[in-house]
Design a protein around this ligand. Structure first.
Ligand code: PRP
Ligand code: URA
Length: 209
């Protein structure tokens, strides 16, 4: 089974609590999501391999460490995942960005695909899927499935808030994909929304409701 990493860093928890408040407007919501995504990226990349390289300081030559192994890719699930891209890219600016367009049918709660554009060498990269909400897990599981169909084998999932139902679904469907969440919430309500959650992430991010 894949690992579930829950980040309980005080800065992340503080910022997330402000995002959850219903009176927090789109501007603050966007800024906070970007900041949290950057902090989360630090943890998500903690186990990346490094190699020794020679560096010449103004004082002497020395052996130091730099990133090694696969290049990185960031794959937001549209729309709301877009709000996490800039934060992640501020830490790993050389990463390439792919996009997967999915929306959740409000009746069936099943994901509907409308867009998929990935870097040409996606299968050679270490990919981080980003989406603030892991609710039923249908969208994230489908997104991972698309990447696997394209031959991608090194995939991590980074979400802001997860419901236990979504974590279970992704772990069952994709036991090889580690999940990183800022906070675990309680359950899903009858409309498939995370409780207590933060409401509809896409609408709050883009001000569409
Ligand atoms: C939200 C969210 C996830 C999905 C999570 O997107 O950003 O992609 O719901 O739900 P699930 O785990 O039950 O699949 P939504 O479908 O509302 O689309 P949007 O980002 O375009 O608003
Ligand atoms: N999508 C959201 O934006 N919020 C939820 O709580 C569940 C799915």
């Amino acid at each position: 089974m894949s690992a579930l990493h829950i980040m309980d860093h005080p800065l992340i928890l503080h910022k997330l609590s402000i995002m959850r408040q219903k009176d927090t407007g789109s501007k603050d919501f966007r800024e906070l999501l970007k900041e949290i995504a950057m902090l989360m990226a630090y943890e998500v990349t903690r186990d990346l391999p490094v190699e020794e390289v020679e560096v010449e300081t103004p004082i002497c030559k020395t052996k130091q460490k730099m990133l090694a192994g696969r290049k990185l890719g960031v794959v937001p699930i549209l729309r709301a995942g877009l709000g996490m891209v800039d934060g992640v890219m501020s830490l790993i600016p050389a990463a390439k960005i792919g996009h997967i367009g999915l929306y959740r049918d409000p009746e069936t709660l099943e994901p509907v695909e409308y867009y998929c554009k990935l870097p040409v060498d996606a299968e050679e990269r270490e990919l981080i899927i980003v989406d603030p909400m892991l609710a039923t897990g249908g969208s994230s599981s489908a997104a991972i499935g698309f990447l696997k169909k394209r031959g991608c084998t090194h995939i991590r999932l980074m979400c802001l808030i997860a419901a236990p139902e979504g974590v279970k679904r992704v772990q069952e469907d994709h036991p090889d994909v580690d999940i990183y969440v800022a906070q675990m919430d309680d359950h899903l309500n009858e409309h498939g929304y995370i409780v207590p959650g933060l409401g509809d992430a896409g609408d709050r991010l883009f001000g569409t409701k």
